[in-house]
Design a protein around this ligand. Structure first.
Ligand code: KG4
Ligand code: ZN
Length: 338
């Protein structure tokens, strides 16, 4: 089985990505073309613009992945593609590309759930065994998944409103910091005092693993407006202190809910994926929780934590090994719960 070579295609949000991955987990190439600059004037991803950019770039990105890997379409065993959930125009562009290649070369086609791609990444990077707990925290997602098998996930809880990355991005906007907000808020927070402002810890008073982040952003907005009313503007230190308070609140909520998830469903490993996993304070808090529960903590390399084609190729390989194949009727799905 280890001579499998899959092409993976991802286009469900604002990254056009393709990768070539082997059955033994070797990543021969992983190409990601981001679109941040196309959306930067609009304060968020514009679905129409994203779809057009994916359609324009997919063949170039696939071509680059093949040439970097030193393989041709004839060397492939199969084609895996994100079939949802995501922005439908982008998902359709990827699915059409994958169908074209699969039909043209008589290759098996495997549709992959984007969230399964993230959730199975620890098996690609570290070959971990089932079951494990995955905290997926990105700009669009926030959920705890108990990963029991390649197609067997139990959702233990998730955000009831914003994803944490989205909240970081909105805070950055409020404070006139550059996008994406996560890295700029983290940089500010380094110089800030997390105790100067008192921000809420939403839903910690309720049992379970559901989370909420929109209230934090609203509380930060109120504090910002109070400071502006009192001082006529924001000082550099105010920004830093607000960022530090915000980041600490997010880290504490994620840590406490992870502790509960591990207590409710004990497993030997807590893994994290998504762009927010880049945050040092959040990582450290999660690491501590895992250690307290006697579990290992795993954060895959960031380029495999954020959207990429390698995780899709790998999830496709896992599904393929279970005998899963899709036909030319594979549909692009805007919503697709695991
Ligand atoms: O996984 P990702 O690249 O894309 C999706 O959302 O699918 O995650 C991007 C999100 C953005 O909201 C960004 O602000 C956040 O991850 N992010 C961070 C950090 N780096 C990126 N959030 C907190 N701290 C960071 N260092
Ligand atoms: Zn993603």
């Amino acid at each position: 089985m280890d001579d499998l070579i899959f092409l993976g295609i991802e286009s469900s949000c604002d990254d056009t990505a393709a990768a070539i991955v082997c059955g033994d987990g070797r990543i021969l190439a992983s190409v990601v073309a981001g679109q941040t600059e196309l959306h930067s004037d609009f304060g968020g991803v514009v679905p129409e613009i994203a779809a057009r950019a994916h359609a324009e770039r997919l063949d170039v990105v696939v071509e680059q992945a093949l040439s970097q890997a030193g393989v041709t379409l004839d060397d492939l065993t199969g084609v895996a593609v994100t079939a949802g959930p995501g922005l439908i125009g982008g998902v359709m562009a990827g699915v059409m590309m994958a169908k074209g290649i699969a039909a043209g070369r008589s290759l098996p086609l495997v549709g992959v759930n984007h969230l399964a791609g993230h959730a199975l990444t620890p098996r690609l990077t570290d070959g971990v065994d089932f079951p494990y707990l995955m905290l997926l925290v990105s700009g669009g997602h926030c959920q705890f998944l108990r990963v029991n098998g390649p197609q067997d996930f139990t959702r233990l809880g998730g955000t009831i409103d914003d994803a944490p990355g989205e909240a970081f991005d909105k805070l950055a906007k409020l404070l006139a910091l550059p996008q994406p907000g996560g890295p700029s808020v983290e940089a500010e927070a380094m110089r800030g005092d997390p105790d100067r402002f008192d921000l809420p810890r939403p839903l910690l008073d309720r049992p379970g693993c559901d989370m909420s982040f929109s209230g934090l952003k609203t509380a930060a907005l109120r504090l910002r407006d109070q400071l502006i009313a009192q001082q006529g503007g924001l000082h550099q230190q105010d920004r830093a202190d607000l960022c530090a308070a915000f980041q600490t609140a997010v880290a504490e909520v994620l840590a406490e809910k992870s502790r509960r998830a591990l207590a409710a469903s004990p497993v030997p490993l807590l893994a994290v994926a998504g762009g927010v996993a880049a945050n040092g304070q959040i990582r450290a808090a999660l690491q501590q929780v895992a250690a307290g529960a006697g579990a290992r903590f795993l954060a895959p390399p960031l380029r495999l934590c954020t959207d990429n084609g390698a995780m899709i190729a790998w999830a496709g390989i896992e599904r393929f090994r279970l005998g899963h194949r899709d036909g030319m009727d594979l549909a692009a799905r805007p919503r697709w719960p695991l």
